[in-house]
Ligand binder design. Structure first.
Ligand SMILES: [Zn+2]
Length: 200
């Protein structure tokens, strides 16, 4: 029997317009995804909903040192500091998540003390690893949405496929940083990693 999870990656204020590491289109995508999560037919596809949040306490070199310019590949402006407003999930989306009563919602936090691009590097509030939780829930397939297509969505998808989940990225509900990198992922990169792509 198949069991499906939707994983919503890092749709946080710091990764959307107005945030410290803003990705263009983040707010619009959050709004579209919130609308989908208020649609019973969309939610009905899933047995579990997972949200991930970048949640930095002291992530070392993941944050560019004071006075240094981030390279936007491995070092970044300060973002998603644990407990800060920038680390919150976009309110419209978070309200839609909170309104879901038919399936369990698992909230996952990652990157406490080092860089963490994949949601599978995260843990629940009970310190349970996402992979262990999905396996204990009997999940076989995951759809992945969120920010950014070419970083945390990509790494979460690769991890999911490597762990044996049937894995699909939902293109309408993902936004990326580098247009060329995103185009390459959709053209061949995801397929090469065993990841399917669907619009929504
Ligand atoms: Zn981060």
């Amino acid at each position: 029997m198949r069991s499906n999870a939707l994983i919503v990656v890092d749709v946080q204020y710091d990764f959307c317009e107005g945030g410290s590491l803003a990705v263009v289109g983040g707010l619009g995508m959050a709004s579209r995804l919130a609308a989908a999560l208020r649609d019973e037919a969309f939610v009905g596809r899933y047995d579990v909903l997972v949200t991930t949040q970048d949640w930095h306490i002291d992530p070392g070199a993941h944050f560019a040192a004071a006075g240094q310019v981030p390279d936007f590949q491995t070092s970044w402006p300060v973002h998603c500091v644990a407990g800060s407003d920038g680390a919150r999930i976009i309110a419209e989306l978070d309200d839609a998540v909170a309104g879901i009563e038919t399936i369990p919602v698992i909230r996952v936090f990652k990157g406490h003390y080092s860089a963490a691009y994949s949601g599978f590097e995260g843990v629940t509030g009970d310190d349970e690893r996402l992979l262990d939780r999905l396996r204990s829930d009997g999940v076989t397939d995951v759809d992945i949405a969120g920010i950014a297509t070419d970083y945390c969505v990509k790494q979460t998808a690769i991890h999911a496929a490597d762990a044996g989940f049937g894995t699909t990225v939902l293109q309408d509900f993902a936004v990326g940083i580098d247009d060329a990198d995103v185009a390459a992922l959709y053209a061949s990169g995801f397929a090469a990693a065993g990841v399917s792509v669907r619009h929504r």
